[in-house]
Design a protein around this ligand. Structure first.
Ligand SMILES: CC(C)(COP(=O)(O)OP(=O)(O)OC[C@H]1O[C@@H](n2cnc3c(N)ncnc32)[C@H](O)[C@@H]1OP(=O)(O)O)[C@@H](O)C(=O)NCCC(=O)NCCS
Length: 145
């Protein structure tokens, strides 16, 4: 059984989430997570998926408030061993619910081109032109809540 949970900044689960995001997203791109970045995340919403059999974090993401209407979803990551089992879908749905409850109207995502299909599948639409950041090509994806 798996459950979606809010993760408190600074908790041991948060450390697990930082580790997972590093392993799934940053390390393959040769990027580092620097401890100085942690403090920037204090006001973000952190969400995770726990495999209850062994109490392990197997997926997670961040929600970053932009203004009163818009919130940005970032660093959606599912442990390699658990990809393709519906966890990413459940995580994004949970994030949508949390963002809506918090009063936001639009969920925004900068998706790597390789995962645009995943977000379209979840009802996001592409807005504007694709763009490049640190040598990686992204598309802005938006979902009205
Ligand atoms: C992308 C990611 C979050 C998806 O999570 P997941 O748990 O593997 O996905 P799900 O099992 O919920 O897949 C849901 C559907 O999306 C599809 N899908 C998954 N990855 C996809 C992709 N890259 N492109 C298109 N469709 C994709 C699945 O085939 C599935 O379709 P189905 O319901 O018809 O079978 C996960 O694979 C991951 O962490 N990948 C590496 C990191 C990454 O690229 N993150 C995105 C940062 S922008």
């Amino acid at each position: 059984m798996r459950k979606m949970v809010d993760i408190q900044f600074g908790s041991s689960r948060y450390d697990e989430l930082v580790e997972l995001r590093y392993k799934v997203l940053l390390e393959p791109l040769g990027l580092k997570f620097l401890d100085m970045h942690r403090q920037q995340e204090v006001n973000y919403l952190h969400v995770g998926c726990i495999e209850q059999l062994d109490d392990r974090l197997v997926g997670g993401l961040l929600l970053v408030p932009l203004d009163n209407e818009n919130i940005r979803m970032m660093q959606v990551a599912v442990d390699d061993k658990y990809q393709g089992e519906g966890i990413g879908t459940e995580l994004v749905k949970y994030a949508e619910k949390r963002a809506k409850e918090a009063g936001y109207h639009h969920l925004i995502m900068h998706a790597m081109l390789s995962v645009v299909g995943f977000y379209e599948h979840l009802g996001f639409h592409q807005e504007g032109d694709i763009f490049e950041e640190s040598g990686i090509t992204f598309a802005k994806m938006v979902k009205n809540l």
